[in-house]
Design a protein around this ligand. Structure first.
Ligand SMILES: *Cc1c(COP(=O)(O)O)cnc(C)c1O
Length: 402
């Protein structure tokens, strides 16, 4: 005897779907989670044959993320494996439009394909919808991020979807920063949603995985074939862990986002910070547009401290709670100066620090971050009395007692 199954998932909120979807049938004594199948091959007599084509743990993950994004999901070994798969859709000599400041790996991959004449790249400013629209003419594929990594610019996804469709191009939206809880690009008209599931989706900085989600089943079949033949597939353990992380996405995003909003607001009045980039701030250039296409502003922000790159780099190494490391979307807060990487585009300011805000106590985060920023003021030897005193700094933090 089996228990009743959940209703049609379309009747549930996305937070519920993240928890309830992708489960095995409710059979008495059966497992509540899909067991990890460590097997490269499967007994003959079924559609499942070999683990480069299909694995049960992918299916549980793909069903859940697909329902959240509103399309068919295909998982990949990493976000960049997803990028590479989607670029296989571009004919030889085709044209790809991309923001001039976006995830450095995507840009570097495109450059390497351009160097071998595989395709031509047009770089445009992500926030200039008209410029992107002009660049769409004759293009085969447009890849955007919104918000962009790490500049936090917002693209007008509805307008771009109209433009790309009119030009017969495909619109790919990298939804890594927003996640399907805050933004659903397919509903806004995008053809493909891309994820680095390494980030918020899995959420614990412990694995690499990627995903593509499409609404059109022919496109799904083409990408499925590309994945089977290029082989950038996720392992069963990663798929299991990514789905386990996805279960708590709503809780993590809510906390991370409220922490980010609070920190962004406080950072705007920190004397060592020249600029804060966060679409949740009412005077951010992307704020109004973000409010029309997102259900929240997310857990990532960028700051440009006033100072030379070396001192800014040094301040990143001075935090005790914030982790000085690359990557984002984990439960732990991290920061880094993006231009420390050679591949980071020169359109990103040397001073820019990307902050990925985790789920720690916001006062602990502020105490640690503002103290590290204060050292910039000290090293600039400002006159006494100009040091910023935060009204919210607490003395109870063990970080300060040390
Ligand atoms: C990290 C990242 C990627 C690449 O994903 P990997 O899982 O590291 O391969 C792509 N897009 C964005 C926006 C990212 O932050």
């Amino acid at each position: 005897m089996t228990s009743p199954e959940p209703d049609d998932f379309s009747t549930y909120a996305r937070e519920t779907v993240a928890i309830a979807a992708g489960r095995p049938p409710r059979i008495p004594g059966g497992p509540v989670n899909t067991p990890v199948a460590f097997s490269s091959t499967f007994h003959a007599g079924s559609d499942v044959g070999y683990a480069r084509t299909s694995v049960s743990n992918w299916e549980a993950f793909e069903e859940t993320l697909g329902l959240l994004e509103g399309g068919y999901c295909l998982s990949f070994a990493s976000g960049l494996a997803g990028v590479s798969a989607v670029l296989e859709l571009v004919p030889i000599g085709g044209v790809v439009v991309v923001p001039d400041a976006a995830y450095s790996g995507t840009l570097a991959r495109l450059d390497s394909l351009q160097e071998t004449n595989r395709l031509t790249v047009r770089r445009v400013n992500a926030a200039e919808t008209d410029a992107i629209a002009r660049a769409c003419e004759g293009a085969n594929l447009v890849i955007v991020e919104s918000p962009t990594n790490p500049m936090m610019e917002i693209c007008d996804l509805r307008a771009l979807a109209t433009q790309t469709r009119a030009n017969g191009a495909l619109l790919v939206c990298d939804n890594t920063f927003a996640t399907p809880l805050l933004q659903r690009p397919l509903a806004l008209g995008a053809d493909v949603v891309l994820h680095s599931a390494t980030k918020f989706i899995s959420g614990h900085s412990d694995l690499l995985m990627g995903a593509l989600v499409v609404a059109d089943h022919e496109l799904r079949d083409r990408l499925h074939r590309i994945r089977s033949l290029t082989g950038g597939v996720a392992g069963p353990m990663e798929s299991f862990l990514a789905l386990r992380g996805l279960r708590t996405l709503a809780l993590r995003i809510r906390k991370s986002q409220s922490n980010a909003m609070e920190l962004a607001t406080r950072l705007t009045s920190h004397p060592a910070v020249a600029r804060v980039r966060y679409p949740g701030l009412p005077d951010d250039p992307g704020h109004d547009l973000a409010a029309t296409q997102m259900d929240g502003f997310g857990g990532i922000l960028a700051i440009e401290p006033a100072g030379d790159p070396a001192s800014i780099e040094a301040l990143c190494g001075r935090t005790r709670l914030w982790v000085h490391a690359t990557s984002l979307g984990g439960i732990e807060s991290m920061l880094e100066r993006r231009r420390r990487w050679e591949d980071e585009p020169a359109t990103v300011p040397e001073e820019l620090i990307r902050l990925t805000v985790g789920c720690e106590d916001v006062e602990d985060l502020w105490t640690d971050l503002s103290a590290a920023l204060d050292t910039l003021l000290e090293s600039a030897a400002l006159p006494a009395g100009t040091l910023h005193e935060s009204p919210t700094r607490t003395s109870r933090s063990p970080l300060l007692r040390e």
